[in-house]
Design a protein around this ligand. Structure first.
Ligand SMILES: Nc1ncnc2c1ncn2[C@@H]1O[C@H](COP(=O)(O)OP(=O)(O)O)[C@@H](O)[C@H]1O
Ligand SMILES: O=C(O)C1=C[C@@H](OP(=O)(O)O)[C@@H](O)[C@H](O)C1
Ligand SMILES: [Mg+2]
Length: 172
């Protein structure tokens, strides 16, 4: 049983690539954020608003562990913070896990997130200048955890299809 785990900062393409990689490989995909929303019956924003981030991180860890324990092969798209809490980065090293860091530049992340921030509570209320500064510092702080991944794929200036092909080649 193999788990292909996609990780990286908000906006690097985890959810999108997981879905497209699944189409090419016929391996079922799961988006951890979607699994969390289903379990809580709340959106990510509502979980942060009603219960706070610590509650979110606890749920995120519990469901990540649950997904890794299933006997099925799967592709799992993590949330941007998953590797950075509850020692989840240690789970990326498991024998049955192929962990892949989708590495993006600050510019790439900013350009993708500036039009996609409303459902991301950590940046939803930031203006452009605050967001650019936040991403730069937050990515730096988190890079230790992202670099625990077994593999790294740059996503800058690549189409979804090109990134999927990079991952297929990597796993061959
Ligand atoms: N290779 C790519 N090229 C251009 N835009 C992309 C690419 N991959 C993802 N996107 C876009 O970037 C945004 C964030 O993608 P998403 O999959 O939600 O990232 P994550 O799950 O890592 O936060 C979405 O609008 C998505 O359509
Ligand atoms: O970086 C983070 O801490 C988060 C990233 C989000 O997932 P995406 O990376 O899919 O946006 C989601 O888990 C939540 O908003 C927290
Ligand atoms: Mg996502």
């Amino acid at each position: 049983m193999k788990k292909i785990v996609l990780l990286g900062y908000m906006g690097c393409g985890k959810s999108t690539i997981a879905q497209n990689l699944s189409k090419i490989t016929n391996i079922p995909f799961l988006d951890l954020d979607k699994c969390i929303e289903k379990k809580a019956n709340l959106s990510i924003n509502e979980i942060f608003e009603q219960h706070g981030e610590i509650y979110f991180r606890k749920l995120e860890h519990e469901i990540f562990v649950e997904l890794l324990q299933s006997s099925e092969n799967s592709i799992i798209g993590l949330g941007g913070g998953t590797p950075c809490y509850a020692n989840n980065h240690e789970l990326l090293k498991r024998e049955d896990v192929s962990s892949i860091y989708l590495k993006a530049s600050i510019e790439t992340l900013y350009n993708r997130l500036i039009h996609n921030k409303s459902k991301r509570p950590l940046i939803a209320n930031m203006n452009e200048e605050e967001m650019r500064e936040f991403i730069a510092k937050h990515l730096f702080d988190r890079s230790f955890y992202y670099n625990q991944a077994k593999h790294k794929v740059s996503v800058d200036n690549k189409s979804v299809e090109e990134t999927v092909q990079d991952i297929v080649a990597l796993l061959a």
